[in-house]
Write a protein that binds this ligand. Structure first.
Ligand code: PEP
Ligand code: MG
Length: 332
């Protein structure tokens, strides 16, 4: 079994009929890089940079952040590294002490998930955002960087973020500091608003990533951290499956790339669904990479496509779950 796992690590993730799938890792801290490499991750699809800001009483400086991002970019050599700007707020709050460096009055929110979170938080504290963007751009010196914007819900979100990136470049030039040769900017699809606006968002961005954890939360109006409603948090709810399908199809038909980076991407029983929709990159916790890869090696594209088509026609979670289990049985 050990030998099999070692072989699996270096094997390409391809379906029986030759569709090549990129398997990327989600990481939070630079220590996670070791696990990602050990699992055979071909890139980093999601670097949750907000963890640099948590569990401390100060704020990470530009130098500290540049070092942290550079470590990941260098550690992955020429492979893809996707750095998401800080998704702070919501269930990832700064400490009271760190917050007091930004704001005199403590902010008190009744619904943090619907509050000052992700890009909104970055826009509320432009200095914090500029520090992070400058650090990301500097970390990519002599190469290119991929910046991923969390929780976009309007065109203005994207336009403001792109303007902030331009501002960071300009200020680095004024300071005579070197930065990356090229920036590719992507957006997280994790709100229903982003899906409704996709036609307008697609031309503004280079790539997309489906954040299914929040997409489930915001589509079904279920707090992802609230145990009282955890039975309503259904990844296989038809509304979620249809939103995923619509997003992947629209982005691909516009000729742009889309990956999945929420927890659903690490579920081997859903791998045929994503592949069947045309998705060719999945980003997940490193621990799931071997099982998802093993699953891919057993799959046929045509069967996956038919499965995806039938799954989005299901009218309830139960029915979808049954179909997923049946497909697994029929396609071992
Ligand atoms: C998601 O929402 O699916 C996602 C990947 O982002 P996070 O879990 O960090 O909110
Ligand atoms: Mg999210």
């Amino acid at each position: 079994r050990r030998r099999e796992l070692v072989k699996l690590k270096t094997a390409k993730a391809v379906t029986k009929d030759g569709a090549v799938i990129s398997l990327w890792a989600n990481i939070a801290l630079s220590e996670d890089l070791t696990d990602a490499r050990r699992a055979g991750a071909e890139g980093i699809g999601l670097f949750r940079t907000e963890f640099l800001y948590l569990n401390r009483t100060d704020l990470p400086s530009e130098e500290e952040q540049t070092g942290a991002y550079r470590k990941i970019i260098r550690g992955m050599k020429d492979r893809i590294v996707t750095i998401r700007t800080a998704d702070l707020g919501g269930d990832k709050m700064l400490s009271k002490e760190s917050m007091s460096l930004l704001e005199e009055e403590p902010i008190d929110e009744a619904n943090p998930a619907l509050g000052l979170r992700a890009l909104r938080f970055s826009f509320a504290y432009p200095e914090l955002f500029q520090t992070q963007l400058r650090a990301i751009l500097r970390a990519g010196v002599n190469t290119s960087v991929r910046i991923l914007l969390p929780m976009i819900s309007s065109l203005a979100d994207v336009r403001n973020a792109l303007a902030a990136i331009e501002e960071a470049k300009n200020s680095l030039e004024r300071d005579n500091l070197r930065y990356c040769d090229e920036v590719r900017v992507g957006g997280m699809i994790e709100t229903p608003a982003a899906i409704a606006m996709l036609g307008d968002l697609i031309p503004l961005l280079d790539f997309f990533s489906l954040g299914t954890n929040d997409l489930v939360q915001y589509t079904l109006a279920v707090d992802r951290t609230n145990a009282a409603v955890s039975s309503y948090y259904e990844e296989t709810h038809p509304a979620v499956l249809r939103f995923i399908s619509e997003s992947i199809k629209r982005v691909l038909s516009a000729g742009k790339d889309i990956s999945v980076c929420g927890e659903m991407a690490g579920r081997a029983d859903l791998t045929p669904f994503f592949i069947g929709l045309g998705c060719r990159a999945l980003s997940m916790d490193s621990s799931h990479i071997p099982s998802v890869k093993e699953r891919i090696l057993t799959l046929n594209l045509e069967a996956c496509e038919e499965f995806a088509r039938s799954l989005i026609r299901r009218k309830s979670s139960e029915s979808a779950r049954k179909a997923i289990a049946e497909f697994a049985l029929a396609n071992p």
